[in-house]
Write a protein that binds this ligand. Sequence first.
Ligand SMILES: Nc1ncnc2c1ncn2[C@@H]1O[C@H](COP(=O)(O)OP(=O)(O)OP(=O)(O)O)[C@@H](O)[C@H]1O
Ligand SMILES: [Mg+2]
Length: 508
Amino acid sequence: METAQKVGGAGTVPAAGEISLGRPLIDAVKVEKSYGATRVLRGVSFQVRAGEIHALMGGNGAGKSTLIRIITGLTPRDAGDIGFASAKAGGSGPIIAVVHQELALLPELSVAENIGIVHAKSGLSQSSRRRMRDIALNALRLIDAAIAEEIVDLPARKLSLHEGQIVEIARALSTGAEVLLLDEPTANLTAGETAKLFSVLKRLARDEGIGIVFVSHRMREIRELCDVCTVLRDGVTVANATPLASLSDGEIVQQMGQSTHRSGPQLKRRQRSPEGTPVELVGPDSVRMEIRPGTILGLAGAPAGPTGLIDPLVGAGKGPGWRLAGDGFGESFPSPAAAARAGVGFVSGDRAAKGILSQLPIVDNVLAARRVRDKRRIVGAAERQECSDLVSALKLKAGSIWDLPASLSGGNQQKLIVARWLGLPLRMVVLEEPTRGVDIGTKHDIYALIREMADAGAIIVWWSTENVELLELCDVIFAFDTDGRPKGFLPDERFTEDGLAELTGMAA
Ligand SMILES: Nc1ncnc2c1ncn2[C@@H]1O[C@H](COP(=O)(O)OP(=O)(O)OP(=O)(O)O)[C@@H](O)[C@H]1O
Ligand SMILES: [Mg+2]
Protein backbone atom coordinates (compact mmCIF):
# COMPACT_ATOMS: atom_id res chain seq x y z
CA MET A 1 0.00 0.00 0.00
CA GLU A 2 1.25 3.48 -0.82
CA THR A 3 1.95 5.96 1.90
CA ALA A 4 1.89 9.70 1.58
CA GLN A 5 3.34 12.22 3.94
CA LYS A 6 1.29 15.12 2.69
CA VAL A 7 -1.89 13.86 4.33
CA GLY A 8 -3.02 15.46 7.53
CA GLY A 9 -0.50 18.29 7.61
CA ALA A 10 1.86 18.93 10.52
CA GLY A 11 -0.35 18.02 13.47
CA THR A 12 0.89 16.69 16.76
CA VAL A 13 2.07 13.13 16.55
CA PRO A 14 -0.22 10.80 18.50
CA ALA A 15 1.32 8.55 21.10
CA ALA A 16 1.71 4.87 20.26
CA GLY A 17 -1.62 3.08 20.16
CA GLU A 18 -3.55 6.32 20.34
CA ILE A 19 -5.97 7.19 17.60
CA SER A 20 -6.34 10.66 16.21
CA LEU A 21 -9.99 10.96 15.23
CA GLY A 22 -10.98 13.10 12.34
CA ARG A 23 -7.69 12.94 10.50
CA PRO A 24 -8.04 11.78 6.89
CA LEU A 25 -6.84 8.23 6.40
CA ILE A 26 -7.49 8.58 2.71
CA ASP A 27 -7.35 11.89 0.90
CA ALA A 28 -8.27 11.76 -2.77
CA VAL A 29 -7.88 15.06 -4.57
CA LYS A 30 -9.33 15.95 -7.98
CA VAL A 31 -9.42 12.44 -9.30
CA GLU A 32 -10.20 12.10 -13.01
CA LYS A 33 -11.15 9.00 -14.94
CA SER A 34 -12.47 8.44 -18.44
CA TYR A 35 -13.37 5.31 -20.33
CA GLY A 36 -13.05 6.25 -23.97
CA ALA A 37 -15.19 9.31 -24.51
CA THR A 38 -17.08 8.79 -21.23
CA ARG A 39 -15.82 11.00 -18.41
CA VAL A 40 -16.68 8.97 -15.37
CA LEU A 41 -14.95 11.00 -12.63
CA ARG A 42 -14.48 14.71 -13.26
CA GLY A 43 -12.27 16.01 -10.51
CA VAL A 44 -13.67 14.15 -7.51
CA SER A 45 -12.21 14.92 -4.08
CA PHE A 46 -13.02 12.54 -1.27
CA GLN A 47 -11.68 12.05 2.25
CA VAL A 48 -12.15 9.18 4.65
CA ARG A 49 -11.52 10.10 8.29
CA ALA A 50 -10.81 7.92 11.28
CA GLY A 51 -13.92 7.03 13.22
CA GLU A 52 -16.47 8.18 10.66
CA ILE A 53 -19.05 6.22 8.73
CA HIS A 54 -19.22 7.95 5.40
CA ALA A 55 -22.04 7.31 2.91
CA LEU A 56 -20.97 7.46 -0.71
CA MET A 57 -24.13 8.15 -2.65
CA GLY A 58 -25.24 8.74 -6.21
CA GLY A 59 -27.44 7.28 -8.95
CA ASN A 60 -26.51 4.26 -11.02
CA GLY A 61 -23.41 5.08 -13.04
CA ALA A 62 -22.50 8.15 -10.96
CA GLY A 63 -18.97 6.80 -10.39
CA LYS A 64 -19.05 5.31 -6.86
CA SER A 65 -17.54 1.92 -7.67
CA THR A 66 -15.01 3.49 -10.01
CA LEU A 67 -13.83 5.79 -7.21
CA ILE A 68 -13.52 2.84 -4.83
CA ARG A 69 -11.58 0.83 -7.40
CA ILE A 70 -9.24 3.77 -7.98
CA ILE A 71 -8.61 4.27 -4.24
CA THR A 72 -7.67 0.59 -3.91
CA GLY A 73 -5.45 0.72 -6.97
CA LEU A 74 -7.53 -1.79 -8.91
CA THR A 75 -8.22 0.78 -11.62
CA PRO A 76 -5.62 3.36 -12.64
CA ARG A 77 -6.65 7.02 -12.50
CA ASP A 78 -6.02 9.51 -15.31
CA ALA A 79 -5.26 12.44 -13.01
CA GLY A 80 -5.42 13.55 -9.39
CA ASP A 81 -3.67 12.58 -6.18
CA ILE A 82 -4.47 10.10 -3.47
CA GLY A 83 -2.80 10.33 -0.08
CA PHE A 84 -2.86 7.63 2.57
CA ALA A 85 -2.02 8.01 6.25
CA SER A 86 -2.46 5.78 9.23
CA ALA A 87 -4.11 7.27 12.32
CA LYS A 88 -2.03 5.01 14.50
CA ALA A 89 1.36 6.32 15.50
CA GLY A 90 4.26 4.69 13.76
CA GLY A 91 2.05 3.17 11.10
CA SER A 92 2.65 3.58 7.40
CA GLY A 93 -0.44 3.72 5.18
CA PRO A 94 -3.62 2.21 6.59
CA ILE A 95 -4.65 -1.35 5.78
CA ILE A 96 -7.70 -1.05 3.56
CA ALA A 97 -10.27 -3.81 3.20
CA VAL A 98 -12.87 -3.73 0.44
CA VAL A 99 -16.15 -5.45 -0.23
CA HIS A 100 -16.66 -4.98 -3.95
CA GLN A 101 -20.09 -4.70 -5.50
CA GLU A 102 -19.76 -8.04 -7.29
CA LEU A 103 -18.52 -11.04 -5.31
CA ALA A 104 -14.79 -11.74 -5.57
CA LEU A 105 -14.22 -15.09 -3.89
CA LEU A 106 -11.86 -17.79 -5.12
CA PRO A 107 -14.33 -20.51 -6.11
CA GLU A 108 -12.13 -23.55 -5.51
CA LEU A 109 -10.92 -22.48 -2.07
CA SER A 110 -12.94 -23.19 1.03
CA VAL A 111 -14.68 -20.43 2.93
CA ALA A 112 -12.06 -20.75 5.68
CA GLU A 113 -9.30 -20.33 3.11
CA ASN A 114 -11.00 -17.41 1.39
CA ILE A 115 -11.24 -15.56 4.67
CA GLY A 116 -8.14 -16.80 6.42
CA ILE A 117 -5.54 -16.90 3.68
CA VAL A 118 -4.33 -13.39 4.45
CA HIS A 119 -3.61 -14.51 8.00
CA ALA A 120 -1.56 -17.59 7.06
CA LYS A 121 1.99 -16.80 8.08
CA SER A 122 4.05 -19.57 6.51
CA GLY A 123 2.66 -22.26 4.25
CA LEU A 124 -0.47 -24.13 5.12
CA SER A 125 0.54 -26.37 7.98
CA GLN A 126 -2.07 -28.18 10.07
CA SER A 127 -1.89 -25.58 12.84
CA SER A 128 -2.03 -22.66 10.47
CA ARG A 129 -5.10 -24.23 8.80
CA ARG A 130 -6.76 -24.62 12.19
CA ARG A 131 -6.02 -21.02 13.03
CA MET A 132 -7.37 -19.90 9.69
CA ARG A 133 -10.59 -21.81 10.27
CA ASP A 134 -11.01 -20.24 13.71
CA ILE A 135 -10.49 -16.76 12.34
CA ALA A 136 -13.04 -17.48 9.62
CA LEU A 137 -15.59 -18.86 12.06
CA ASN A 138 -15.27 -15.88 14.38
CA ALA A 139 -15.64 -13.45 11.52
CA LEU A 140 -18.67 -15.27 10.06
CA ARG A 141 -20.35 -15.38 13.46
CA LEU A 142 -20.26 -11.62 13.64
CA ILE A 143 -22.86 -11.51 10.86
CA ASP A 144 -24.68 -14.82 10.98
CA ALA A 145 -23.91 -17.35 13.70
CA ALA A 146 -26.44 -19.79 12.30
CA ILE A 147 -24.65 -20.46 9.03
CA ALA A 148 -21.01 -20.07 10.12
CA GLU A 149 -20.41 -23.77 10.95
CA GLU A 150 -22.47 -24.88 7.99
CA ILE A 151 -20.43 -23.11 5.35
CA VAL A 152 -16.92 -22.72 6.77
CA ASP A 153 -15.55 -25.85 5.06
CA LEU A 154 -17.46 -25.57 1.79
CA PRO A 155 -15.72 -24.51 -1.41
CA ALA A 156 -16.83 -20.97 -2.29
CA ARG A 157 -18.38 -22.14 -5.56
CA LYS A 158 -21.06 -24.02 -3.58
CA LEU A 159 -22.29 -20.89 -1.79
CA SER A 160 -25.49 -19.06 -2.59
CA LEU A 161 -25.18 -15.39 -3.42
CA HIS A 162 -26.40 -14.60 0.06
CA GLU A 163 -23.80 -16.80 1.75
CA GLY A 164 -21.07 -15.48 -0.54
CA GLN A 165 -21.90 -11.95 0.54
CA ILE A 166 -21.56 -12.89 4.20
CA VAL A 167 -18.17 -14.45 3.48
CA GLU A 168 -17.00 -11.30 1.68
CA ILE A 169 -18.02 -9.12 4.60
CA ALA A 170 -16.50 -11.49 7.14
CA ARG A 171 -13.23 -11.42 5.22
CA ALA A 172 -13.14 -7.64 5.24
CA LEU A 173 -13.93 -7.49 8.96
CA SER A 174 -11.31 -10.11 9.85
CA THR A 175 -8.40 -8.19 8.35
CA GLY A 176 -8.19 -5.67 11.17
CA ALA A 177 -8.19 -2.96 8.55
CA GLU A 178 -8.20 0.70 9.49
CA VAL A 179 -10.39 1.57 6.52
CA LEU A 180 -13.35 -0.42 5.26
CA LEU A 181 -14.75 0.32 1.81
CA LEU A 182 -18.12 -1.39 1.46
CA ASP A 183 -19.75 -1.20 -1.97
CA GLU A 184 -23.39 -2.22 -1.49
CA PRO A 185 -22.58 -4.88 1.10
CA THR A 186 -26.19 -5.25 2.19
CA ALA A 187 -27.73 -5.96 -1.22
CA ASN A 188 -27.84 -9.71 -0.50
CA LEU A 189 -28.43 -9.67 3.24
CA THR A 190 -31.56 -10.19 5.27
CA ALA A 191 -32.79 -7.45 7.58
CA GLY A 192 -31.44 -9.34 10.60
CA GLU A 193 -27.98 -9.72 9.09
CA THR A 194 -27.92 -6.09 8.05
CA ALA A 195 -28.74 -5.08 11.62
CA LYS A 196 -25.87 -7.21 12.91
CA LEU A 197 -23.45 -5.80 10.36
CA PHE A 198 -24.45 -2.27 11.34
CA SER A 199 -23.83 -2.85 15.01
CA VAL A 200 -20.38 -4.28 14.22
CA LEU A 201 -19.56 -1.33 11.97
CA LYS A 202 -20.74 1.22 14.53
CA ARG A 203 -18.59 -0.40 17.18
CA LEU A 204 -15.54 -0.45 14.91
CA ALA A 205 -15.95 3.23 14.08
CA ARG A 206 -16.65 4.34 17.63
CA ASP A 207 -14.27 2.18 19.65
CA GLU A 208 -11.46 1.55 17.22
CA GLY A 209 -11.53 4.64 15.05
CA ILE A 210 -11.98 2.65 11.85
CA GLY A 211 -12.93 4.80 8.86
CA ILE A 212 -15.82 3.30 6.95
CA VAL A 213 -17.20 4.09 3.50
CA PHE A 214 -20.64 2.68 2.83
CA VAL A 215 -22.46 2.53 -0.50
CA SER A 216 -26.17 1.76 -0.60
CA HIS A 217 -29.27 2.83 -2.48
CA ARG A 218 -31.41 2.33 0.59
CA MET A 219 -31.95 5.66 2.27
CA ARG A 220 -33.13 4.02 5.45
CA GLU A 221 -29.80 2.19 5.84
CA ILE A 222 -27.84 5.36 5.18
CA ARG A 223 -29.80 7.22 7.85
CA GLU A 224 -29.41 4.44 10.36
CA LEU A 225 -25.69 3.91 9.91
CA CYS A 226 -23.87 6.90 8.52
CA ASP A 227 -22.64 10.22 9.90
CA VAL A 228 -21.77 12.14 6.75
CA CYS A 229 -22.40 11.75 3.06
CA THR A 230 -20.65 12.51 -0.17
CA VAL A 231 -22.91 12.62 -3.19
CA LEU A 232 -21.66 12.05 -6.71
CA ARG A 233 -23.61 13.10 -9.73
CA ASP A 234 -22.25 12.16 -13.15
CA GLY A 235 -18.73 12.07 -11.80
CA VAL A 236 -18.90 15.40 -9.97
CA THR A 237 -19.03 15.84 -6.18
CA VAL A 238 -22.26 17.67 -5.34
CA ALA A 239 -22.05 17.18 -1.57
CA ASN A 240 -18.75 16.66 0.20
CA ALA A 241 -18.72 15.00 3.62
CA THR A 242 -21.93 16.79 4.57
CA PRO A 243 -23.44 15.77 7.94
CA LEU A 244 -26.49 13.67 7.17
CA ALA A 245 -28.45 15.34 9.94
CA SER A 246 -28.37 18.58 7.96
CA LEU A 247 -29.92 17.07 4.80
CA SER A 248 -33.45 15.83 4.23
CA ASP A 249 -34.11 12.75 2.09
CA GLY A 250 -35.63 15.02 -0.52
CA GLU A 251 -32.51 17.19 -0.64
CA ILE A 252 -30.25 14.18 -1.08
CA VAL A 253 -32.39 12.73 -3.84
CA GLN A 254 -32.45 16.10 -5.52
CA GLN A 255 -28.67 16.40 -5.31
CA MET A 256 -28.32 13.01 -6.92
CA GLY A 257 -30.38 14.40 -9.79
CA GLN A 258 -33.15 11.92 -9.23
CA SER A 259 -36.78 12.06 -8.51
CA THR A 260 -39.00 9.63 -6.68
CA HIS A 261 -41.97 11.25 -8.31
CA ARG A 262 -44.31 8.47 -9.31
CA SER A 263 -46.03 8.73 -12.60
CA GLY A 264 -48.16 6.24 -14.47
CA PRO A 265 -50.24 3.57 -12.84
CA GLN A 266 -51.24 3.64 -9.23
CA LEU A 267 -48.71 1.74 -7.16
CA LYS A 268 -50.95 0.60 -4.36
CA ARG A 269 -51.70 -3.01 -3.64
CA ARG A 270 -54.97 -4.35 -4.88
CA GLN A 271 -57.31 -5.51 -2.16
CA ARG A 272 -59.33 -7.94 -4.22
CA SER A 273 -58.08 -10.66 -6.55
CA PRO A 274 -58.56 -10.03 -10.25
CA GLU A 275 -60.77 -12.32 -12.34
CA GLY A 276 -59.34 -15.00 -14.64
CA THR A 277 -58.51 -18.67 -14.57
CA PRO A 278 -56.18 -19.37 -11.66
CA VAL A 279 -52.89 -21.19 -11.83
CA GLU A 280 -52.05 -23.34 -8.89
CA LEU A 281 -48.70 -23.74 -7.19
CA VAL A 282 -48.60 -26.90 -5.18
CA GLY A 283 -45.90 -27.23 -2.58
CA PRO A 284 -44.69 -29.68 0.05
CA ASP A 285 -46.86 -30.35 3.12
CA SER A 286 -49.93 -29.82 0.91
CA VAL A 287 -49.33 -26.08 0.61
CA ARG A 288 -51.37 -24.60 -2.22
CA MET A 289 -51.26 -21.16 -3.74
CA GLU A 290 -53.89 -20.13 -6.21
CA ILE A 291 -52.87 -17.15 -8.29
CA ARG A 292 -54.93 -15.41 -10.90
CA PRO A 293 -53.56 -13.53 -13.89
CA GLY A 294 -52.88 -9.94 -12.93
CA THR A 295 -51.85 -10.77 -9.38
CA ILE A 296 -48.56 -9.73 -7.85
CA LEU A 297 -47.51 -12.48 -5.48
CA GLY A 298 -44.66 -11.63 -3.14
CA LEU A 299 -42.38 -14.27 -1.65
CA ALA A 300 -40.76 -13.18 1.57
CA GLY A 301 -38.39 -14.50 4.15
CA ALA A 302 -35.98 -17.08 2.74
CA PRO A 303 -32.61 -15.31 2.59
CA ALA A 304 -31.35 -17.28 -0.41
CA GLY A 305 -34.71 -17.23 -2.15
CA PRO A 306 -37.13 -20.15 -2.34
CA THR A 307 -35.24 -21.89 -5.17
CA GLY A 308 -37.34 -25.00 -4.79
CA LEU A 309 -40.30 -22.96 -5.90
CA ILE A 310 -38.66 -20.64 -8.40
CA ASP A 311 -36.56 -23.16 -10.34
CA PRO A 312 -39.48 -25.32 -11.48
CA LEU A 313 -41.48 -22.20 -12.36
CA VAL A 314 -38.88 -21.05 -14.87
CA GLY A 315 -37.89 -24.43 -16.30
CA ALA A 316 -34.61 -24.49 -14.42
CA GLY A 317 -35.20 -27.86 -12.83
CA LYS A 318 -37.83 -29.80 -11.00
CA GLY A 319 -37.60 -28.62 -7.44
CA PRO A 320 -38.05 -31.08 -4.62
CA GLY A 321 -41.51 -29.91 -3.76
CA TRP A 322 -43.23 -27.33 -5.85
CA ARG A 323 -45.16 -27.90 -9.05
CA LEU A 324 -47.40 -25.88 -11.28
CA ALA A 325 -50.96 -26.84 -12.18
CA GLY A 326 -53.85 -25.49 -14.20
CA ASP A 327 -54.65 -23.30 -17.19
CA GLY A 328 -52.41 -25.10 -19.67
CA PHE A 329 -49.21 -24.57 -17.76
CA GLY A 330 -48.54 -28.28 -17.30
CA GLU A 331 -46.40 -29.54 -14.47
CA SER A 332 -43.17 -27.79 -15.33
CA PHE A 333 -41.16 -26.56 -18.29
CA PRO A 334 -38.36 -28.72 -19.69
CA SER A 335 -36.03 -25.72 -20.03
CA PRO A 336 -35.86 -21.95 -19.51
CA ALA A 337 -36.19 -21.56 -23.29
CA ALA A 338 -39.43 -23.55 -23.27
CA ALA A 339 -40.64 -21.39 -20.39
CA ALA A 340 -39.76 -18.20 -22.31
CA ARG A 341 -41.63 -19.43 -25.41
CA ALA A 342 -44.64 -20.18 -23.24
CA GLY A 343 -44.53 -16.59 -21.99
CA VAL A 344 -42.72 -17.03 -18.71
CA GLY A 345 -40.07 -14.42 -17.96
CA PHE A 346 -37.34 -14.72 -15.37
CA VAL A 347 -35.07 -12.14 -13.80
CA SER A 348 -32.43 -14.04 -11.86
CA GLY A 349 -31.16 -12.70 -8.57
CA ASP A 350 -27.67 -13.77 -9.57
CA ARG A 351 -27.24 -11.40 -12.45
CA ALA A 352 -23.54 -12.13 -12.93
CA ALA A 353 -23.95 -15.91 -13.21
CA LYS A 354 -27.46 -16.35 -14.56
CA GLY A 355 -28.57 -13.07 -16.05
CA ILE A 356 -25.93 -11.21 -17.98
CA LEU A 357 -24.56 -12.63 -21.25
CA SER A 358 -21.10 -11.26 -20.64
CA GLN A 359 -19.64 -12.03 -24.08
CA LEU A 360 -22.45 -10.35 -26.00
CA PRO A 361 -23.09 -6.64 -26.46
CA ILE A 362 -25.79 -4.77 -24.59
CA VAL A 363 -28.13 -4.92 -27.59
CA ASP A 364 -28.08 -8.74 -27.61
CA ASN A 365 -28.60 -8.81 -23.86
CA VAL A 366 -31.64 -6.57 -24.12
CA LEU A 367 -33.10 -8.56 -27.00
CA ALA A 368 -32.25 -11.98 -25.54
CA ALA A 369 -35.80 -12.95 -24.53
CA ARG A 370 -37.13 -11.85 -27.92
CA ARG A 371 -34.45 -13.93 -29.67
CA VAL A 372 -35.38 -17.04 -27.74
CA ARG A 373 -39.05 -16.51 -28.36
CA ASP A 374 -38.86 -15.63 -32.03
CA LYS A 375 -35.76 -17.67 -32.89
CA ARG A 376 -34.17 -14.68 -34.62
CA ARG A 377 -30.64 -13.45 -34.44
CA ILE A 378 -29.84 -10.53 -36.75
CA VAL A 379 -30.21 -7.01 -35.40
CA GLY A 380 -32.16 -4.88 -37.85
CA ALA A 381 -33.09 -1.21 -37.70
CA ALA A 382 -36.44 -1.97 -36.06
CA GLU A 383 -34.78 -4.03 -33.36
CA ARG A 384 -32.18 -1.36 -32.75
CA GLN A 385 -35.01 1.07 -32.14
CA GLU A 386 -36.76 -1.40 -29.85
CA CYS A 387 -33.53 -1.82 -27.89
CA SER A 388 -33.09 1.93 -27.54
CA ASP A 389 -36.67 2.29 -26.32
CA LEU A 390 -36.19 -0.40 -23.67
CA VAL A 391 -32.89 1.15 -22.59
CA SER A 392 -34.49 4.56 -22.12
CA ALA A 393 -37.57 3.15 -20.37
CA LEU A 394 -35.25 2.14 -17.51
CA LYS A 395 -32.85 5.11 -17.83
CA LEU A 396 -30.14 2.57 -18.50
CA LYS A 397 -26.88 4.49 -18.72
CA ALA A 398 -24.67 3.00 -21.42
CA GLY A 399 -21.96 4.35 -23.68
CA SER A 400 -23.21 2.44 -26.73
CA ILE A 401 -25.57 -0.50 -27.18
CA TRP A 402 -22.67 -2.29 -28.89
CA ASP A 403 -20.51 -2.22 -25.73
CA LEU A 404 -20.17 -5.27 -23.51
CA PRO A 405 -22.17 -5.40 -20.26
CA ALA A 406 -18.94 -5.22 -18.24
CA SER A 407 -18.78 -1.54 -19.17
CA LEU A 408 -21.99 -0.90 -17.22
CA SER A 409 -22.24 0.01 -13.54
CA GLY A 410 -23.81 -2.58 -11.21
CA GLY A 411 -27.25 -1.02 -11.16
CA ASN A 412 -27.26 -0.59 -14.91
CA GLN A 413 -26.42 -4.27 -15.37
CA GLN A 414 -29.45 -5.02 -13.24
CA LYS A 415 -31.61 -2.83 -15.46
CA LEU A 416 -30.32 -4.77 -18.48
CA ILE A 417 -31.77 -8.07 -17.29
CA VAL A 418 -35.08 -6.46 -16.34
CA ALA A 419 -35.35 -4.62 -19.70
CA ARG A 420 -35.33 -7.79 -21.76
CA TRP A 421 -38.77 -8.85 -20.53
CA LEU A 422 -40.50 -5.50 -20.97
CA GLY A 423 -43.13 -5.11 -23.65
CA LEU A 424 -43.53 -8.85 -24.26
CA PRO A 425 -46.87 -10.62 -23.92
CA LEU A 426 -46.14 -12.58 -20.77
CA ARG A 427 -48.27 -15.00 -18.78
CA MET A 428 -45.97 -15.09 -15.82
CA VAL A 429 -42.88 -13.20 -14.69
CA VAL A 430 -40.66 -14.57 -11.96
CA LEU A 431 -38.52 -11.92 -10.34
CA GLU A 432 -35.69 -12.45 -7.90
CA GLU A 433 -34.76 -9.13 -6.30
CA PRO A 434 -35.35 -7.21 -9.54
CA THR A 435 -34.35 -3.87 -7.98
CA ARG A 436 -31.06 -5.07 -6.45
CA GLY A 437 -28.58 -2.22 -6.66
CA VAL A 438 -30.97 -0.04 -8.64
CA ASP A 439 -31.01 3.62 -7.62
CA ILE A 440 -33.88 5.37 -5.89
CA GLY A 441 -35.13 7.10 -9.02
CA THR A 442 -35.32 3.99 -11.18
CA LYS A 443 -36.68 1.70 -8.48
CA HIS A 444 -40.05 3.33 -8.79
CA ASP A 445 -39.94 3.02 -12.58
CA ILE A 446 -39.39 -0.70 -12.14
CA TYR A 447 -42.25 -0.94 -9.64
CA ALA A 448 -44.50 0.83 -12.13
CA LEU A 449 -43.42 -1.53 -14.92
CA ILE A 450 -44.11 -4.55 -12.71
CA ARG A 451 -47.59 -3.21 -12.04
CA GLU A 452 -48.04 -2.64 -15.78
CA MET A 453 -47.08 -6.22 -16.58
CA ALA A 454 -49.61 -7.42 -14.02
CA ASP A 455 -52.29 -5.13 -15.39
CA ALA A 456 -51.61 -6.59 -18.83
CA GLY A 457 -52.55 -9.98 -17.40
CA ALA A 458 -49.29 -11.53 -16.23
CA ILE A 459 -48.93 -13.37 -12.95
CA ILE A 460 -46.03 -11.81 -11.10
CA VAL A 461 -44.04 -13.95 -8.69
CA TRP A 462 -41.65 -11.67 -6.89
CA TRP A 463 -39.06 -12.71 -4.36
CA SER A 464 -37.36 -9.98 -2.35
CA THR A 465 -35.47 -9.59 0.91
CA GLU A 466 -36.74 -6.03 1.17
CA ASN A 467 -40.02 -6.53 2.98
CA VAL A 468 -40.98 -2.89 2.58
CA GLU A 469 -41.12 -3.08 -1.19
CA LEU A 470 -43.18 -6.26 -1.11
CA LEU A 471 -45.67 -4.71 1.31
CA GLU A 472 -45.98 -1.65 -0.86
CA LEU A 473 -46.77 -3.37 -4.13
CA CYS A 474 -47.81 -7.00 -3.71
CA ASP A 475 -51.44 -8.07 -3.70
CA VAL A 476 -50.62 -11.14 -1.64
CA ILE A 477 -47.48 -12.24 0.17
CA PHE A 478 -46.44 -15.79 0.90
CA ALA A 479 -43.82 -16.14 3.62
CA PHE A 480 -41.00 -18.60 4.18
CA ASP A 481 -38.87 -18.87 7.28
CA THR A 482 -35.11 -18.35 7.23
CA ASP A 483 -34.58 -22.03 6.36
CA GLY A 484 -36.90 -21.76 3.38
CA ARG A 485 -39.82 -23.64 4.91
CA PRO A 486 -43.26 -22.37 3.83
CA LYS A 487 -45.14 -20.45 6.55
CA GLY A 488 -48.27 -19.39 4.69
CA PHE A 489 -49.94 -16.23 3.43
CA LEU A 490 -49.72 -12.94 5.26
CA PRO A 491 -53.23 -12.16 6.45
CA ASP A 492 -54.76 -8.86 5.31
CA GLU A 493 -55.10 -7.53 8.84
CA ARG A 494 -51.36 -8.15 9.41
CA PHE A 495 -50.11 -6.60 6.17
CA THR A 496 -47.38 -4.62 7.92
CA GLU A 497 -43.64 -4.87 8.45
CA ASP A 498 -44.17 -6.25 11.94
CA GLY A 499 -46.69 -8.79 10.71
CA LEU A 500 -44.35 -10.01 8.00
CA ALA A 501 -41.31 -10.10 10.27
CA GLU A 502 -43.27 -12.22 12.69
CA LEU A 503 -44.52 -14.67 10.08
CA THR A 504 -41.03 -15.20 8.64
CA GLY A 505 -39.58 -15.63 12.12
CA MET A 506 -37.34 -12.61 11.58
CA ALA A 507 -38.95 -10.37 14.16
CA ALA A 508 -36.30 -8.40 16.02
N1 LIG B 1 -14.66 -0.84 -17.67
C1 LIG B 1 -15.47 0.14 -18.09
N2 LIG B 1 -15.54 0.49 -19.39
C2 LIG B 1 -16.33 1.49 -19.80
N3 LIG B 1 -17.13 2.22 -18.99
C3 LIG B 1 -17.11 1.93 -17.68
C4 LIG B 1 -16.28 0.88 -17.16
N4 LIG B 1 -16.48 0.83 -15.84
C5 LIG B 1 -17.38 1.79 -15.54
N5 LIG B 1 -17.76 2.45 -16.65
C6 LIG B 1 -18.72 3.55 -16.71
O1 LIG B 1 -18.44 4.42 -15.64
C7 LIG B 1 -19.65 4.96 -15.11
C8 LIG B 1 -19.61 4.86 -13.60
O2 LIG B 1 -19.67 3.49 -13.22
P1 LIG B 1 -19.63 3.03 -11.71
O3 LIG B 1 -19.61 1.55 -11.74
O4 LIG B 1 -18.54 3.71 -11.00
O5 LIG B 1 -21.03 3.57 -11.19
P2 LIG B 1 -21.70 3.42 -9.75
O6 LIG B 1 -21.87 4.78 -9.20
O7 LIG B 1 -20.96 2.44 -8.94
O8 LIG B 1 -23.15 2.88 -10.13
P3 LIG B 1 -24.08 1.72 -9.45
O9 LIG B 1 -24.90 2.39 -8.41
O10 LIG B 1 -24.96 1.28 -10.57
O11 LIG B 1 -23.21 0.64 -8.95
C9 LIG B 1 -20.79 4.19 -15.75
O12 LIG B 1 -21.46 5.02 -16.64
C10 LIG B 1 -20.14 3.05 -16.47
O13 LIG B 1 -20.80 2.79 -17.68
MG1 LIG C 1 -21.36 0.53 -8.32
